[in-house]
Ligand binder design. Structure first.
Ligand code: NAD
Length: 343
């Protein structure tokens, strides 16, 4: 079946998306809005729940008057009642930015575990066609060198008590919960492990590394690198991320996880210079973070082995890091410089 006819089949369905005010969740909302306008003969109905702990109301403002979208300003960790059928459930709520999850460790655990459990329980009664849980590449912790690039069958090297454990370990427990609901209730559960997804919409105050670098570059003409610059990450442009997530959601691979990202590994110092070069006239300097825990358990290298996603889902990320960063810069310039939006 072609990808387009697979997409058309989604018309007339109901979606429940947690974290729709977040970076990735809001792309799903916009994708479904565009499909309602241009692809589906019968529009889909979209329910979104977000407590806006890290989400941005501006991301969903344009959808508030759309009769196919319904927003619940609420906490997914609290009991949830949804009337009517639900065909697709996406749990994209979470606290993904390291400085922010360290500020809210218990909320981070709750949304990854209790929030997920609430949605899995709902799925038992709603019997959706597919359920997707956003886990993370952080479940691998700090892999040994022979496990770079990291495949899905690597079990991880993770501290259970360090400052990052609230995120890493609760994402791991989330995966355990998800696959056991699949085993016990035969729910169509899919798990994705995203690797550093970025792009327009990741707001400058987010406190993840790329918004931090752009914030320094645009606002102060100075990028501060808070490590020795040697750790690596693999950055995946949002368009490639969404294509991968959608392939997993619509696949028949239940109760197992997929790496989704780009396998182009880049050191943090290379990234800083790339951002400086495309922004222009920007200094790069090393500094120590005021947060003493900033580098504790910081993974030295992060790069996905995409063999499984490429073979089973025909997943092919396409946007180069430089092209993606240029699009991100264009968006930041439009929003924060031309329109003067405050960070
Ligand atoms: N973006 C990435 O590179 C990346 C990488 C790995 C994993 N992930 C995971 O993917 C998911 C989406 O990531 P993102 O980048 O969009 O993060 P984000 O922080 O931009 O969005 C998460 C959203 O969840 C909402 N939220 C948090 N707790 C909630 C609660 N209890 N109830 C309702 N809403 C709540 C936040 O307000 C926010 O709008 C998260 O689970 C994240 O951990 C993202």
């Amino acid at each position: 079946m072609s990808k387009n006819s697979k997409l058309e089949e989604l018309g007339g369905t109901t979606w429940l998306i947690s974290g729709g005010g977040g970076f990735i969740g809001s792309y799903f909302l916009d994708l479904l809005r565009v499909c309602n306008e241009r692809v589906f003969s019968r529009p889909c109905r979209v329910l979104c729940i977000d407590n806006f702990l890290t989400g941005v109301p501006d991301r969903v403002r344009h959808l508030l008057d759309n009769k196919h979208f319904h927003f619940i300003n609420g906490d997914i960790t609290k009991p949830l009642e949804i009337i009517g059928d639900v065909h697709y459930i996406i749990h994209a709520a979470g606290i993904a930015s390291p400085p922010i999850y360290r500020q809210y460790p218990l909320e981070t655990i709750e949304v990854n575990v209790t929030g997920l459990k609430n949605l899995l329980e709902l799925a038992i009664t709603k019997k959706p066609k597919s359920f997707m849980y956003f886990s993370s590449s952080e479940i691998y912790g700090d892999p040994s060198p022979e496990n770079i690039p990291t495949a899905e069958d690597y079990n991880g090297n993770v501290s259970c008590t360090g400052p990052r454990a609230c995120y890493d370990e609760s994402k791991r427990l989330g995966e355990t919960l998800a696959v056991n609901y699949f085993r016990q209730y035969d729910l169509p559960v899919k798990v994705v492990r995203p690797f550093n997804i970025y792009g327009p919409g990741l707001h400058l105050g987010d406190r993840r590394v790329l918004p931090d670098f752009f914030r320094g570059a645009i606002m102060e003409k100075k990028i501060r690198v808070l490590s020795d610059g040697s750790p690596t990450r693999s950055f995946c442009y949002i368009r490639d991320g969404i294509a991968g997530f959608l392939s997993v959601l619509l696949s028949d691979f239940q109760g197992e996880a997929f790496n989704i990202g780009s396998d182009q590994e880049t050191s943090i110092i290379e990234l800083a210079h790339l951002v400086a070069d495309i922004t222009g006239d920007v200094e790069v300097e090393f500094q120590q973070s005021p947060d003493a825990e900033y580098l504790t358990d910081n993974p030295r290298r992060r790069c996905p082995d995409l063999t499984k996603a490429k073979a089973l889902l025909e997943y092919r990320p396409q946007v180069s890091l430089e092209a993606g960063l240029r699009r991100m810069l264009a968006w930041y310039t439009d929003v924060y410089v031309n329109k003067g939006v405050k960070v």
